[in-house]
Structure formats: structure tokens, C-alpha cells
Design a binder for this molecule. Structure first.
Ligand SMILES: [Zn+2]
Length: 125
């Protein structure tokens, strides 16, 4: 029974690997990119979410940041796991690890009073 439970737990952990972001989400860079594609604090909208292609478990995202003009990246050179993998053609723009970003949660104080009330009160009361 212990082994069975362990197998279930491992299965759950594997399935736990879900993308951190969704397309259209507003995010902020929490670190500057090592090759200068963006700086810490810059805000982006997620334009694409891609399953991991190197050994790292994190998903990859595009943020409407283009490749430098005239530069073609044939491979993704992961500086964390060291793997070189062919660049997915469908990406069309540089892929970045989701660990470089955090979601932006709008502050409640930025909402209008009507919006704030609608969040806490059922309609019609
Ligand atoms: Zn990697």
C-alpha cells in the first residue's frame, strides 16, 4: 500500500507542472535577461506559452520581444541545464523561461468604487 501511495504521489507531482502564465496575462520581469532582451521591472503581455523543450521543468513564454535584426537563433541554449535544443519554428520570437517573470496583480485601490463593490456584493443587493 505504501508503494502504491508513493506512485500516486509521484503521478500527482508530475501533473502538477502547469504553465505559470496564460496568453494575454500582464507580467513583470523580476530579473534582467542575461543577453539584454529585457530589464528587471519591465512589464509585458504574454503572447505565447510553450511546453518545456530543455531539461528544465518550467514552461517558456513569448512576450512580443523580437529577435535582434538579422540574427537567427537556430537553437535554444539553456544557461541553466546546459542543453542545446532546436528552436521551435512556431515560436517566431525569442522564448524566455517563465521563472524570469511574476504576474502583475492589480491593486484593489486602483479599482473604481463600483468595481470594488461589485467584487464583494452579490448583484441586486
Ligand atoms: Zn534548461
Amino acid at each position: 500500500m505504501g508503494v502504491h501511495l508513493l506512485a500516486i504521489t509521484i503521478g500527482l507531482l508530475k501533473n502538477k507542472n502547469m504553465p505559470k502564465f496564460y496568453v494575454g496575462q500582464k507580467i513583470v520581469a523580476i530579473r534582467s535577461h542575461c543577453q539584454g532582451f529585457f530589464k528587471e521591472g519591465q512589464i509585458f503581455i504574454v503572447t505565447g506559452v510553450f511546453a518545456p523543450i530543455c531539461k528544465c521543468p518550467e514552461y517558456l513564454i513569448t512576450i512580443d520581444v523580437p529577435f535582434p535584426e538579422g540574427v537567427i537563433y537556430p537553437r535554444l541554449d539553456c544557461d541553466r541545464c546546459g542543453e542545446l535544443v532546436p528552436y521551435p519554428k512556431e515560436a517566431g520570437e525569442p522564448l524566455f523561461s517563465e521563472i524570469l517573470f511574476e504576474p502583475i496583480v492589480e491593486e484593489l485601490s486602483e479599482l473604481s468604487i463600483e468595481e470594488a463593490i461589485s467584487l464583494v456584493s452579490p448583484i441586486g443587493i
